[in-house]
Write a protein that binds this ligand. Structure first.
Ligand code: HEC
Ligand code: HEC
Length: 482
């Protein structure tokens, strides 16, 4: 990392801020408004489904239309409601919010091993089309554990055998088993951890290539996505230090990924390995890979050339050949972009303030970079020139062997992950009980997430672990206040 993070204590240092951008606001404003003017106060049962506080009234109907499209379940084609059919034929979930619960992170696997909000990505080693992952020849790049066929939908119910039709098989059953682990602090106290073990069974299309690699992806939260889209690419590039020239053990690299819209390589920003160039492509990829819906960005069905029954199934395409039209896609993208950032809780509590100083002191802020000012020419005017505090550098970091999934994704190696934003992380527990942090949802608490940091995060993790118990608690209290 070449630039030190200017915490609010050092306002005079220059944060990575676009030239000519808005004036730096006061410490008070930071404490209260991490999403700038887009920040909203959330009540005791929070959800990330509120519009940015400064969303223009004339844009609100679009926000709520996009929210409805992201909430209501899609159905199989053909159906009489033309606008909502086309699910599958193979898919993972029926709506965006089935995984992004209340716009937040997904539910991690329970005792039954079912993890409704954790995807399985697939690939063979090497570089595929445009330098991206090499698809498994039959199953593609993502497992779709569900099918719209009646035999699959009625599975386990009396009389289901009668429907053992020519329907499209689901790709597999997926379960996660947790293996207990523990972390011992230098002061001798222990923290119980869990690591996932993936079980894939009932393969619907025969065995997979023996070289296949599988990576778990747990659903992240959607707060502030449009503001992250507004961080200037030059600011991110400035933070990158791929060769670790400053020798602090923290490098940070920009992923370079294929953008199907401009048909060119672009810096990656969204997704847990920063493998998507824009919010629009990210949303279209979710429609396609997670729900089996075609759109102007990804017009194809989620079937590979080796899944003929899947390809032959009826689709829900409109006259233009899409299940999700340009207008519907644009409305969902604008909805996701305009989701508000929550106001901080107890930002001036003495313990939180102590934790904040420790966060900087142990080096968390080397990657979880606090502050930016969004670009002036943002496509959504309410998100332009906002001073924001997301706590991410949006760069890839090697997080060590335990967190590795051994899957390359464009420039990202199997050990690299994008630093996730921390705003809203402290609200996860209030949104549902099955919280999962980190890319596979293994961490149940912020403390667990921190002690899993290894690789480039190792030195910072060790400094955290060496703190007195009260200081560790203060640092976690600070993250929970975000
Ligand atoms: C099956 C569960 C699931 C469904 C359904 C789903 N998502 Fe996601 N979403 C995820 C996961 C998992 C990731 C991380 C994917 C990755 O990095 O490979 C993600 C990532 C994202 C991101 C990027 C977040 C970031 O921090 O970069 C956005 C935005 C997003 N989803 C929006 C949507 C929208 C909009 C829909 C509906 C069209 C949707 N998702 C449907 C699970 C889901
Ligand atoms: C070298 C860069 C780096 C440093 C230093 C670092 N982090 Fe992280 N952090 C990451 C990355 C990358 C991830 C995602 C890892 C994964 O998903 O497997 C992450 C994940 C997290 C998460 C989970 C967030 C989520 O949405 O799941 C928390 C909480 C967190 N870090 C807090 C901290 C704290 C506190 C410190 C200081 C003790 C710290 N980090 C230091 C890069 C870093």
């Amino acid at each position: 990392m070449l630039l030190a993070c200017p915490g609010p204590a050092s306002e005079t240092d220059s944060a990575p801020v676009a030239e000519g951008s808005a004036q730096v606001q006061s410490l008070e404003a930071w404490g209260l408004r991490p999403g700038g003017e887009a920040t909203v106060a959330l009540g005791p049962s929070p959800s990330f489904l509120l519009p940015a506080a400064n969303l223009e009234p004339q844009r609100k109907p679009d926000f709520y239309a996009g929210k409805a499209l992201s909430t209501q379940p899609w159905i199989r084609a053909p159906a009489t409601t033309d606008a909502r059919d086309g699910l599958g034929p193979i898919y993972h979930a029926r709506s965006c919010l089935a995984c992004h619960v209340k716009g937040g992170r997904g539910q991690s696997a329970g005792d039954d091993g079912l993890a409704p909000a954790t995807l399985v990505r697939l690939s063979l080693p090497g570089r595929g089309p445009h330098g991206g992952p090499v698809p498994e020849p039959v199953y593609g790049t993502q497992l779709q554990p569900k099918s719209t066929s009646l035999s699959h939908q009625l599975r386990g119910r009396a009389g289901a055998d009668a429907y053992d039709d020519e329907g499209v098989p689901a790709e597999a059953d997926v379960r996660i088993r947790w293996k207990a682990r523990s972390f011992i602090y230098p002061d001798g106290s222990a923290l119980e951890l869990r690591a996932p073990e993936l079980e894939v069974s009932s393969l619907g299309y025969g065995p997979m290539d023996p070289g296949v690699r599988m990576g778990l992806r747990h659903t992240p939260a959607l707060a502030g996505m449009g503001l992250l889209a507004g961080v200037d690419a030059a600011d991110i590039e400035r933070l990158a230090d791929p060769e670790d020239l400053d020798g602090d053990g923290v490098s940070g690299r920009v992923n370079r990924v294929w953008d199907p819209e401009s048909a060119s390589m672009k810096p990656g920003r969204f997704g847990l390995k920063a493998n998507q160039p824009s919010l629009r492509v990210q949303v279209a990829a979710a429609l396609n890979g997670d729900m089996g819906l075609s759109s102007p960005v990804f017009p194809e069905q989620p079937c590979s050339a080796n899944q003929p029954r899947c390809l032959a199934a009826p689709d829900g395409n409109d006259a233009d050949g899409f299940e999700v039209s340009e207008a519907l896609l644009a409305s969902m993208v604008d909805f996701v972009a305009s989701i508000a950032v929550p106001k901080r809780r107890k930002p001036h509590d003495p313990m939180v303030l102590r934790g904040q100083a420790l966060f900087d002191a142990v080096g968390c802020a080397d990657c979880h970079v606090a502050r930016y000012v969004t670009v002036r020419n943002h496509a959504l005017p309410h998100l332009a020139s906002q001073e924001i505090w997301p706590y991410t550098d949006l760069l890839l970091h090697d997080m060590g062997p335990e967190l590795a999934d051994d899957r390359e994704d464009f420039e990202a190696t199997g050990r690299e992950w994008r630093t996730p934003p921390l705003w809203g992380a402290g609200l996860a527990r209030a949104m549902h009980a099955r919280v999962g942090f980190l890319h596979d949802g293994r961490a149940r608490t912020i403390e667990e997430a921190v002690v899993w940091h290894d690789g480039e995060g190792r030195a910072s993790r060790d400094r955290f672990a060496a703190l007195e118990l009260d200081d560790r608690r203060a640092l976690v209290a600070f993250v929970r206040s975000l």
